[in-house]
Design a protein around this ligand. Structure first.
Ligand SMILES: NC(=O)C1=CN([C@@H]2O[C@H](COP(=O)(O)OP(=O)(O)OC[C@H]3O[C@@H](n4cnc5c(N)ncnc54)[C@H](O)[C@@H]3O)[C@@H](O)[C@H]2O)C=CC1
Ligand SMILES: NCC(=O)COP(=O)(O)O
Length: 342
């Protein structure tokens, strides 16, 4: 499989990134268009939208140009936002998701992953999808992370969701499952797989030679040695000890409430958290407008803004493109780091 290559000397134009527009009724089209407007000011890599041009037209009057292949994108990009149309065009009302829109989002993701896997795109930067809407049209994965991993032949265990911002990087060990199921889902194997992929991902995508990992407990005060819950004693500490014996620079389980203040954050490169909100609340509090969701452990580059579809503000021209631009920049940096570090 070709690696993500944005500087292939045999190709005169840089290979562009594919941006599946996500739910057409969400803010994905708006933040993609606003990112294109800021392309020079923010030094963004070339990219093309994958989806329904009607979704862009519903929120933006700027220049768009249909392309038939990704190879046409680099030449178009300086003057117009290139769009690879997926399926038929459907009417789009921002803020009102539809089944047709969810199907377009699903198909756009599939197309974009295929283009990245075959090397026609340097990677993918996904705009937000509505998970409830996707589930409604037969999407059987918990999220895009697991879908992309499967299409790349990587098991869900070995694909890691990392949320990364200027102040913090976090990894949820369990992701989109009910809180009531978290304890049963936590195993030494899962923590080990996520930690190893995270360490490798920090080296490969961020150029951190010897990553330092901090592992959160699950219970208040990391369980007080079993008095406030057994998960730390039975699962988390054994996993950390095994990983340390394997050579990882890793500490924990730490009290979750005390590991995200500024001085604590200086002691590690990424925090492994036991469930979705334990990881995402601190990063979104600190870095909402520049937080990036990057998938580690894949043969392709995949990033995304940290936020969702924001249906409530879609069509009001108030969506902040900061996280989308950060996702585009991180995709380009990650592709470069992969070339340098292998
Ligand atoms: N990567 C993805 O595809 C993600 C998708 N989602 C999906 O998004 C949908 C809505 O999820 P919520 O929990 O409401 O989160 P959300 O991130 O869409 O919205 C949370 C709050 O932040 C605001 N907001 C979000 N992005 C913004 C931006 N760029 N500029 C200004 N304000 C912004 C919204 O207006 C809302 O007040 C759900 O269906 C969920 O499945 C949620 C997170 C990530
Ligand atoms: N809360 C993060 C999120 O929903 C992103 O999920 P994914 O669709 O990127 O797997």
């Amino acid at each position: 499989m070709p690696s993500s290559n944005i500087t292939d000397p045999a190709r005169p134009d840089p290979v562009p990134f594919a941006v599946p527009l996500g739910d057409p009724a969400g803010i994905g089209p708006e933040i993609t268009a606003k990112s294109w407007v800021m392309r020079e000011a923010r030094g963004l890599p070339p990219f093309f939208a994958v989806g329904d041009i009607a979704a862009l037209r519903a929120v933006w009057l700027g220049p768009v140009q249909l392309i038939e292949t990704p190879a046409q994108a680099a030449a178009v990009f300086p003057d117009a936002l290139p769009v690879l149309q997926v399926g038929d065009s459907h009417p789009v009302t921002p803020g009102t998701p539809t089944q047709d829109g969810a199907l377009t989002a699903f198909q756009s993701l599939e197309v974009a992953v295929g283009l990245a896997r075959q090397g026609s795109a340097a990677g993918i930067v996904t705009a937000p999808v509505g998970k409830e809407q996707l589930y409604g049209v037969g999407f059987t994965h918990p999220g895009q992370t697991e879908f992309i991993a499967e299409r790349c032949g990587v098991s869900a265990h070995n694909a890691v969701m990392m949320l990364a911002g200027p102040s913090l990087k976090v990894v949820p060990i369990t992701i989109h499952i009910p809180l009531a199921d978290v304890s049963a889902a936590l195993t030494v194997d899962l923590i080990r797989a996520r930690a190893l992929t995270t360490a490798k991902g920090l080296q490969r995508n961020f150029g951190i030679a010897r990553p330092r990992l901090a592992v959160a407990g699950l219970n208040p005060h990391a369980g007080e040695n079993g008095a406030l819950g057994r998960e730390e004693v039975d699962v988390i500490r054994p996993a950390v000890e095994q990983l340390r014996a394997e050579g990882l620079d890793i500490v924990g389980p730490l009290s979750p409430d005390g590991m995200f203040h500024a001085r604590a954050r200086e002691t590690y490169d990424a925090a492994l958290c036991m469930y979705h909100d334990q990881a995402l609340i601190p990063i979104k509090t600190l870095n909402f407008d520049e937080g990036v969701n990057i998938t580690l452990g894949l043969p392709i580059v995949r990033t995304s803004p940290d936020h969702g579809t924001a249906f409530g503000i879609a069509g009001t021209d108030s969506a902040n493109p900061g996280a989308m631009m950060a996702a585009l920049r991180m995709a380009a940096e990650s592709a470069r780091a992969r070339l340098a570090h292998g």
